[in-house]
Design a protein around this ligand. Structure first.
Ligand code: NAD
Length: 351
């Protein structure tokens, strides 16, 4: 199995180093090859996505990505900025399915802004469609009407084939978890999502082992803060998913703990923490590597079909938290404060 390792910028290098140690400890037949991306790509080759990095990512079975960005790159022309590297990579690889788990380890429940009993043990997954919907639909633009007034237009569009492929990813993910899928739409008002509901419902017949339900997006936004533990997997379109996945991630209260995956049609994926390059703490050895280590566990589960090893990595992370180790971002009084390297050491030892 070939893994492209793209550390990127800032804390990217520090956190990826720990995830790589964890992967190596599993003693699987993994070939890990590293390449620069983002600001590091610009410095190495004048391009945030150097050709050699793209070639490596294309031929890999999965990509482990750190983070990109930093204030030193803010003045570059738009197409040279680090973010362009990541956006282009997603596009070039056809990554249309975004998987964002939100899991609250009981030990970290106090970090949430919700009551600990509402979120302790929470484990949900949002599957968001990434390449369609109102963000890409035509016609779009701002036009001036005959009376001189301006009008803004965007178009919500989904084809059956686009709905089917994201729904299939969600049903498959539900099969690997609690076998419950909630499809979120606004079918009472929007025809696009009426079609969404029909297509997901019809596909549900092929997945009789997964319990399918439908929910309107406004209700879902409310249920996520009222009783988030009712959900296992949520599937939704690009616009609703953008908002709901950020809402769900904040239920956990700790940005340094949250992994993500973006998958293509064949299940190949790019795995990355949801946080950025954190220039304020880069180089200090204090960044939390757990979001990246849990992203590596997702990679084992979703692209490499190694569920046992994924479980082992997640169990090791849990064990380290139970033992009271905390990086600064998740630290509370009475716990043992550790740096990036020591957290990595502990996970490797727990494995
Ligand atoms: P950020 O996620 O980098 O940091 C936000 C805050 O969270 C900072 O205080 C940071 O120290 C803290 N933080 C983030 N990750 C942490 C970790 N693992 N451990 C401990 N603390 C952590 O967001 P930002 O400050 O808005 O952006 C910084 C740079 O990162 C920008 O250049 C931005 O464009 C880029 N960025 C990249 C990605 C990505 O690579 N996917 C995502 C978001 C932002």
């Amino acid at each position: 199995m070939n893994i492209a390792v793209l550390p990127g910028d800032g804390i990217g290098k520090e956190i990826i180093a720990q995830a790589v140690r964890v992967l190596r400890r599993l003693e699987l037949p993994l070939e890990l090859e590293e390449a620069p991306v983002g600001g590091a790509g610009y410095e190495a080759a004048g391009d945030p996505l150097p050709e050699a990095t793209l070639v490596l990512a294309r031929k890999a079975d999965a990509i482990l990505f750190g983070a990109i960005g930093g204030p030193q790159y803010d003045a570059l022309p738009r197409d040279k900025r680090p973010e362009r590297g990541l956006l282009r990579l997603r596009k070039e690889l056809g990554l249309f399915a975004n998987l964002r788990p939100a899991r609250v380890y009981p030990e970290l429940a106090q970090a949430s802004s919700l009551k600990p009993e509402l979120v302790a043990g929470l484990d949900l997954l949002i599957v968001r469609e990434l390449t369609g919907d109102i963000y890409f639909g035509e016609p779009r633009g701002i036009a001036t009407l005959a009376n001189g007034e301006r009008e803004g237009v965007n178009t919500m569009r989904y084809r059956e084939s686009e709905i089917l492929r994201i729904a299939r990813v969600a049903f498959e993910a539900a099969r690997k978890r609690g076998r419950k899928l909630c499809s979120v739409d606004k079918a009472n008002v929007l025809e696009t999502t009426e079609l969404w509901r029909q297509v997901v419902g019809a596909l549900g017949k092929d997945y009789a082992d997964v319990e399918l339900s439908h929910m309107y997006v406004d209700n879902c936004a409310m249920q996520l803060v009222r009783n988030p533990k009712q959900f296992d997997v949520i599937v939704t379109g690009n616009l609703f998913g953008d908002i709901l996945s950020d809402e769900a991630s904040m239920l956990t209260g700790s940005i340094g703990m949250l992994p993500s995956a973006s998958l293509d049609e064949r299940g190949k994926g790019l795995y990355e923490p949801i946080h950025g390059a954190a220039p304020d703490i880069a180089g200090k050895g204090v960044a939390n590597p757990l979001a990246t280590i849990i992203s590596a566990a997702m990679m084992l589960r979703y692209s490499l079909q190694r569920a046992t090893e994924a479980d082992r990595v997640e169990a090791a992370v849990h064990k380290v938290l139970q033992a009271g180790l905390r990086t600064g971002d998740i630290y509370t009084a009475g716990m043992r404060k550790v740096g990036t390297q020591e957290m990595g050491d502990a996970v490797v030892a727990a494995l």
